[in-house]
Design a protein around this ligand. Sequence first.
Ligand code: PLP
Length: 382
Amino acid sequence: MSIRTLINPNARKILDGPYPDRAPLRFHRRLPGYEETPLVDAPKLAGALGVGKVFVKDESSRLGLPAFKILGASWAVYRALEERLGDEGFGDWEEIWELEERLESLRPLSLVAATDGNHGRAVARVARLLGLGAKIFVPDEMVLARREAIADEGAEVIVVDGTYDEAVERSAREAGERTLVISDMSWPGYERIPSWVIEGYSTMLWEIDDELERRNEAGPDLVVVQVGVGAFAAAVARHFRSPEASSHPKLMSVEPASADCLLESVEAGSIVSVPGPHDSIMSGLNCGKPSLVAWPTVSRGIDLLVAVDDEPAREAMRLAADSGIVSGETGAAGLGGLLALLRAGGAEEARMTLGVGEDTRVLLFNSEGATDSDAYRRVMAG
Ligand SMILES: Cc1ncc(COP(=O)(O)O)c(C=O)c1O
């Protein structure tokens, strides 16, 4: 097992705004099949980690898909379409078919995205719900099961000869009057839609707050997030770094050693690219560059950055299964990174930064279920 850690010299407990609000949550509640995802109290995981409590926000089934990503994709599509509709907007609505009806003036229209799996599938699903086309660009490394899952949503899947970052570049060229690019990655001049993606993820955080309050539980002391381009981490950091947050826990990020673009960027003090191949089994994290709009938040919001190889993710998948949680490779990355950190020789200072001990209350995100079922079975058997 290899692990790299970086204590963030710029970490702050409270960040300046914009602070999240509940508008995305109100939107998601109106989507078909909306249900709060479970916040699992996992004593076996707490035992394995030697901490007081572990909560797992289990996103293995969210709005009918096996990952949380549709929260960001759906909110970004909604906001972008509303903007295209101009003054008339969507007006009042209760159900999704009303939105579909109000899109007549924009048709024909296709949603375009690049993806390393879950975001593209989510965009394709939203397109289908709204009766729009979908064109999804994927890196050539993507396993067939994930490509097929996107195609099964009715999308055209285009395999790009290159990495996820190259797929993003290719998809950006599609922007036009009849196409709307919905990316979770951002670059100069393309910032609004990826900011809405981050806003959309806030639904998970409000659900956690509400559930902890219902259970009369205090907030976490430590939150672990897995990082690809950093949009998800930005949503988590915005929530817990707002002055009004119910708690201000320590935040730790986990990336694959072969695609640790956030760790490298924080070390360099500005956004840098990590060259491919990005071939981790934590495929949702195979990104070579952090997102521009996530950067101001994540570069100051995360206390400790960790990069690990694939083995901890496999172990974490098995441990999660033992607690009744179906966790795919990317979904288990946060738990895997924390396990690796707690065991690693020479990481005392990093552990002290987090202040982890036997009373610590940890929040983890199972951000995806078994999105590649053959690989999942192999890991379980291993
Ligand atoms: C399941 C899952 N978890 C976490 C992430 C990381 O999110 P981000 O790319 O916003 O850092 C992804 C990204 O695709 C993902 O698919």
